[in-house]
Design a protein around this ligand. Structure first.
Ligand code: GCB
Length: 615
């Protein structure tokens, strides 16, 4: 009730918190399962660097004016045949982009663009009595203002998490509707991520858009997973939303495992459960068993395919279903290098994970921000463990409470999206964040939040390290005390420490008695460029770097995994060498044309040996 009141106050005041998803119903679990109408496809767009469609000439926002009118979201048309009105935009005569899809890779004018672009899509949907409708966006980068039929639904910040609005009362009775989105990918110091990153700032509506249809009272959320470290107990909850949510009967059914349980919701529409689960076949990369799980409340049945496993650490071991594992990983950006641009389809995502499997991986690091929900489902299906991360990267505004709030919301949304995925075993709260007291406070608060939301998975971050002139690499970042894994990015042989042959001079001094899972190492190579093992940018240099890094890392007693940087070359604005980089970070083991470099085979062979030892 308190939440509802707060939401009401915020929306009446026209204020939005970091993620508007939290100003309304919680995110719909497995939302695509409710899809009734896809809004993917062609959307008209208007490039608006001066934000002409948002502010009047005195820089007052149209949507804050008394009438709320005047912005491009009105989608205004001439009201008479003579066209007497002055209207300085026209969506229907503007060009179109394919959604999902970033704008940078679709219009050459927009490759480097950072600013506002407006999108419009018309659709037909006649609302049915007794149903509710939710407009759902998989992701919009970065700040979005969303309008339906000329009325504002809300504002959302964060480029990688879902956005949803209950639009039941805003749909037109005739079925003719239009949605307008103002997407703005301008970078700001106090946002998450901040101004400086090493990936392309792709803008726009980058993931699926659809309308979900539900009954008036519906199953908004659920969780079904094994209890912490206990393969004999299933735990979770179901959450209803809507006027009739109290004292309802909901049935959980996992037919294949012989589990059928009747649950009764409390006054808030919530029902938690804890059940014996002795006969479950456990999920693992070698045997990625998924069960059909359903919840029914009489008016609807929601389904998902869910795997069950335990994950824990014990000294320097990582135990999956009680058995020690080695995490043979690779880091991945949410980018299809062949476009090159943000991955757009399930096919794009499947290609990336198929490459990882070919490399011999049982694990992927989905860097540096939440990836598509479909990616997590594919990892479940294909048998890949996942490290999932939030874009708390490099120099965040540690002392700004709004920045922290924003980071925490993105973390919560990520955990909400991934909590039923057996593949996800690590929540990472950030990457290479420079040491300071405010940073430690910020990061440990995120760790605490992650544990409060999900105590069944491991919590990690890519830690800081430092070196001394005696060739010792020290890992004693205080944040490490609060984490389950010791993970760090280590670039000897590329950014420091000389050439690959000098890597062997180094030793590690690691403070924590925890499993070590190296979050990054690597070096650039331009595919097809050859030289000696000392020739920068050559495949031979990268190959030698991998050979020597693997030797060095193998000296770490607690080494239990790694995710070298990175599966494929990716666009990065910081990478400006006109011959070797050309706007790409070339640390990929696979080039931007899909060619495997020599180092690919070095890692593949190492992973073959590790699999023989551990699997
Ligand atoms: C890092 C960052 C990663 C960069 C990489 C590099 O430590 O975590 O985002 O792309 O180094 O290539 O420098």
């Amino acid at each position: 009730m308190k939440m509802l009141l707060l939401a009401l106050v915020l929306s009446v005041a026209g204020i939005c918190t970091g993620s508007s998803a939290h100003a309304q119903t919680s995110l719909i679990q497995n939302a695509p399962g409710h899809r009734v109408l896809s809004l993917n496809g062609s959307w008209n767009y208007i490039i608006d660097p001066y934000e002409n469609g948002f502010y009047d000439y005195r820089r007052e926002a149209f949507d804050k004016s008394a009438s709320g009118k005047g912005g491009y979201y009105d989608n205004q048309k001439p009201s008479n045949a003579q066209e007497t009105e002055l209207i300085e935009y026209d969506f229907d005569h503007s060009p179109a982009l394919q959604i999902p899809g970033d704008w940078n890779s679709q219009d050459p004018k927009l490759l480097y663009y950072e600013g506002t672009v407006w999108f419009k899509k018309s659709f037909t949907l006649v609302p049915k009595a007794g149903k509710r409708y939710f407009l759902y966006f998989g992701a919009i980068n970065y700040e979005s203002h969303i309008y339906l039929n000329g009325k504002k639904l809300g504002m959302h910040k964060g480029g990688f998490t879902p956005i949803q609005y209950d639009i039941t009362s805003q749909l037109s009775a005739t079925g003719d509707n239009f949605v307008v989105v103002k997407a703005d990918n301008t970078r700001h110091a106090e946002e998450v991520p901040t101004i400086n990153t090493d990936w392309w700032n792709y803008g726009g509506i980058t993931r699926d858009v659809f309308v979900a249809e539900t009954p008036e009272t519906f199953i908004v959320d659920f969780k079904v997973q094994l209890a912490k470290n206990d393969p004999t107990k299933l735990m979770g909850y179901v959450q209803l939303d809507g006027a009739g949510k109290a004292s309802q009967t909901v049935t959980l059914n996992i037919a294949e495992a012989g589990i059928k349980q009747t649950l009764k919701t409390d006054a808030d529409g919530h029902a938690a459960f804890s059940l014996p689960a002795k006969k479950l076949k456990l999920w693992s990369p070698l045997s990625p068993k998924l069960y059909a799980v359903s919840f029914s409340n009489g008016t609807e049945t929601v389904q998902d395919r869910i795997g069950f496993r335990t994950i824990q650490t014990q000294g320097q071991d990582i135990l999956l279903n009680g058995k020690s594992i080695f995490m043979r990983g690779i880091s991945i950006h949410d980018e299809n290098p062949l476009i090159p641009g943000r991955a757009r389809s399930e096919g794009d995502l499947r290609m990336l994970l198929t490459w990882a499997k070919e490399l011999g991986c049982n694990y992927v690091r989905l860097a540096h921000y939440p990836h598509n929900e479909t990616m997590l489902k594919l990892a479940d299906e294909m048998g890949l463990l996942v490290w999932a991360e939030v874009p708390v990267y490099w120099t965040i505004a540690w002392q700004n409470p709004a920045t922290y709030q924003n980071a925490e919301i993105q973390l919560s949304d990520l955990i909400s999206m991934g909590k039923n995925r057996a593949s996800v075993v690590v929540w990472s709260v950030g990457n290479e964040t420079p040491l300071s007291d405010p940073r430690l406070k910020f990061m440990t608060s995120l760790v605490k939040k992650a544990r409060a939301l999900d105590d069944t998975r491991l919590i990690a971050a890519a830690l800081e390290l430092h070196r001394t002139p005696d060739f010792v690499i020290h890992v004693d970042d205080q944040l490490g005390e609060f984490l389950d894994l010791t993970s760090f990015n280590e670039y000897v042989g590329w950014y420091w420490g000389g050439s690959p042959s000098e890597i062997s001079k180094y030793k590690f001094d690691i403070k924590y008695n925890k499993p070590v899972v190296i979050s990054e190492f690597g070096g650039d190579a331009l595919a097809g460029y050859h030289g000696t093992a000392e020739t920068r940018w050559s495949e031979e240099y990268q190959e030698s770097l991998y050979v020597n890094q693997i030797k060095l890392l193998s000296t770490i007693q607690g080494l239990r995994g790694m995710t070298p940087w990175i599966l494929a070359d990716f666009r990065a604005t910081r990478r400006q060498h006109p011959v070797y980089q050309n706007g790409f970070n070339r640390k990929g083991l696979i080039s931007s044309t899909g060619v495997k470099k020599k180092a690919f085979y070095v890692l593949q062979e190492y992973y073959r040996q590790q699999a023989a030892k551990y699997d």
